[in-house]
Design a protein around this ligand. Structure first.
Ligand code: GDP
Ligand code: MN
Length: 381
């Protein structure tokens, strides 16, 4: 789960990581009011969206007076940055940057631990630095039982600074950021850039935090900051109905009982040249309500041209499933073709029940998938 820069900066503040004074605003008038409360003539206006690269997209601007502030606030509010609409801006004290650095903690699969990453090449192009000159990014694996002791924090800080005064200040920030990272079960805590100002202060002027969704139950205050995207809302809705659903953007909607079979279904669709619209595991039972809700979920996706239902009747009996499907399709009327593969316990009875309907019934997975891919292609014009 992601949070906004202004929320991450509040956390930084609580942990004693220096940030500049800033106020979050939802309108130009708010921004003007904030400007009068900030004791700095020069301010920075920043889009608050769940994506990086705001600077490059025109979402970060400096203002030296109220007229400029109004102009930038009006331009940034409502802006679209990588598909995210800006509904909040952060108005903050502008700082005089002497140099920009990069610091982050992330979970690293290779070392199976948290790692600290630092670079002198902070600022907007860190991804490029990582690609072209990876030697400019320093990494330290953190032993969870030891954490970040003074010697390690100083060794890391020396990668950024030569002046011992700066090293000491940066070492403290490195330790505090680690504490925040661990305390909140974060998967990322990033400062880019951490700046050395012309007044020789070290300040975090950007803040990014991502949290492990599986640990959010331990952090209700953080969980409350969640702002799901439209896609995530659909997935959350599905979750509340007891489904496991992931949108994949293809044209063949899938409804499958069992996660393994659902994965296999997506593979076989690809094999025959189609594209799955989603992963959907409806679980074991075959109740009509479940099928109806799953169907609604699939038909809600405007990309779906065909629905492929793949059911293996183990404990669930195929005649029960067929009964559920018949009931479901009495209630849901759709022009979208539906292909059903039904096999397992009582399969003959099940398929017989579906014979005189509009549903395309198949016995094997490959047959059903081939029909679904063909139907999807017929609908492409
Ligand atoms: P991002 O592009 O989404 O990562 O947004 P950042 O908050 O990192 O801002 C992008 C760039 O804007 C920074 O790398 C700085 O160069 C610049 N910037 C941000 N705040 C200030 C500021 O207070 N003063 C100055 N001079 N530049 C700033
Ligand atoms: Mn940044």
């Amino acid at each position: 789960m992601k949070i906004h820069e202004y929320q991450a900066k509040e956390m930084f503040s609580t942990y004693g990581i220096p940030v500049e004074q800033s106020i979050v605003c939802r309108s130009v008038e708010d921004a003007v009011k904030a400007y009068s409360r900030i004791d700095s003539q020069k301010v920075v206006v920043k889009a608050q969206v769940h994506t990086g690269g705001r600077g490059k997209a025109g979402g970060v601007k400096l203002a030296g007076d109220e007229i400029e502030l109004r102009k930038h606030a009006a331009a940034i509010l409502g802006m679209d940055i990588k598909g995210f609409k800006v509904d909040r801006i952060l108005v903050g004290q502008a700082v005089n940057i002497a140099k920009e650095f990069y610091i982050s903690y992330v979970i690293d699969r290779r070392s199976k631990s948290a790692i600290l990453m630092l670079s002198k090449e902070g600022g907007m192009d860190i991804e490029q630095v990582a690609k072209d000159t990876p030697e400019k990014i320093h990494k330290f694996a953190i032993d969870p039982l030891v954490g970040v002791p003074d010697y390690l924090a100083r060794e890391a800080a020396f990668k950024l600074f030569d002046d011992i005064k700066h090293v000491r200040n940066a070492a403290v920030i490195i330790q505090r950021l680690y504490k925040l990272f661990v305390d909140t079960d974060a998967s990322l805590a990033e400062i880019n850039p951490l700046v050395l100002t012309k007044e020789e202060e070290i300040i975090a002027i950007d803040a990014k935090m991502t949290f492990d969704d599986n640990a959010l139950f331990r952090h209700p205050k953080i969980a409350a900051l969640n702002e799901p995207t439209e896609e995530e809302k659909k997935e959350l809705f599905a979750k509340s109905k007891g489904f496991s659903y992931v949108n994949l953007g293809g044209e063949i909607g899938c409804m499958v009982n069992g996660a393994g079979l659902a994965m296999a279904t997506m593979d076989i669709i690809k094999l025959y040249g189609g594209n799955p619209a989603n992963f959907l595991d409806i679980g074991g039972s075959s109740s009509p309500t479940k099928v109806i809700e799953a169907m609604r979920l699939l038909l809600n996706d405007k990309n779906v041209k065909v629905v492929l239902i793949n059911i293996f009747g183990g404990i669930t009996r195929c005649d029960d499933v067929a009964k559920g499907l018949l009931e479901a399709f009495r209630q849901i009327k759709t022009d979208i073709p539906v292909v059903i593969r039904l096999t397992g316990t009582n399969e003959k009875e099940g398929r017989a029940m579906l014979k005189d309907t509009d549903l395309h019934v198949a016995k094997t997975m490959s047959k059903a998938t081939r029909i679904a891919v063909e139907l999807a292609q017929q609908h492409q014009y």
